[in-house]
Design a protein around this ligand. Sequence first.
Ligand code: 5AD
Length: 346
Amino acid sequence: MRQLIDKLKANRVLSEDEFTELIEKASEEDREYLFSQSRELAGKYYGNGIYTRGLIEISNYCKNDCYYCGIRKSNEKASRYRLTEEEILSCCEVGYELGFRTFVMQGGEDGYYTDDRMAHIISRIRSAYPDCAITLSLGERSKESYQRFFDAGANRYLLRHETADEAHYKALHPQNLSAAHRKQCLFWLKEAGFQVGSGFMVGSPGQTARHLAKDLLFLKELGPQMVGIGPFIRHQDTPFAKYESGSMEQTLLMIGILRLMFPNILIPATTALGTIHPFGREKGVLAGANVVMPNLSPLDVRKKYMLYDNKISSGVEAAEGLADLEQRMEEIGYHLLVDRGDCKKE
Ligand code: 5AD
C-alpha cells in the first residue's frame, strides 16, 4: 500500500483500480503515512495558515428534491426563509469587521434570486468590499446566468458534483437531475472565468469505493481550485432518514488523497466533518485541509438551514463561532488568516 501512496504522490493520480484498492484497503498505518505526506504538502504551499470564508446562507427555499438534503422541496417541516439584500450586506459588514475577506453566498435553488436580483447584490458587495472575494453557491443555473454573475464581480463558485457516476447520481436525486448536467455546469463556470470548487459527500447511500475512485478521476479532469468533501449525514425528514452516516475515517482518507492529487488547492475542513466528530475539523486540517468556513448567517435563520441533523454552530453568533475555531486551530499549531485566500500557483 505504501508503494501505491508513493506512486500517487509522484504521479498525482492513480488508475481507477488503484484508487479503489487504496480506498478499500488502506490500514490505520497506511493512513498515517498518507496524512504525514498530505500535511507536509499543504504546509509547503500554505504553511500553518488556515483561510477562512464567511458563509452566508441566503435562502433555504429550493426547487429541487434531492433525497439526502434537509431543505429539499418536499420537506414540509422546513420553515422557509430568504434574506433581503440589506440583510446580506449587513452580514458582510459584520464579517469584514471580524476579518473575513471572502463571502460565500449559499442557498437552495430559489427562483426569487433572479439574475437581475443576484447581479445587483453582487455588484453592491463588489463596490463595498473591493478587497474581498465573492463566492457563490447557488446550484445549477444557465451559462448566461453564470456569466452575468462573474461580470457583476463574483470570483468563485462552489458546486459539488456529488457523485461522478450517473447511476449513483440517479439514486441520490430525482430523475430530472443528472450527473451529466451537473458536470456541464462546472465546465460552464470555468469558461465564465470562475475559480471553481467541486466535491462530493462521503458515505452517501449506495456509494462504493469505486464510486469514490471515479469522483477523484472526474476531479482530475475538471481541475478545480477547491474541493469540498464531507460525510453524508442523515436528515430525519428526508427519504434517507434511516441511512447510516458516512465515516470520519473515510472522509479524512479522501482529504489526504485529494491533497496528494492537488498539492496547491483549497480543501475545507467542512462543517459536516465537524458535526460527526467533536474534533472533525481539526483532524481534517491534520489530514491536509487548509480552509474553514464559519457561519455568518443571522442567528435567527441558522436553525432553518439544516441540510442534515445536528449541524454544528447553529446556535452561536458569528464572532463566537470564529473565536472557537481560532482556538481550535491554535491548539493544533495552526492559525486563521485575514486574507482572501486565493489558490496558490503551483
Ligand atoms: N449530509 C451531508 N452533506 C449534505 N449536503 C446536502 N445534504 C447533506 C447531508 N444530508 C451537502 C451537499 C451539498 C452541500 C451544500 O451540502 O454535498 O452540495
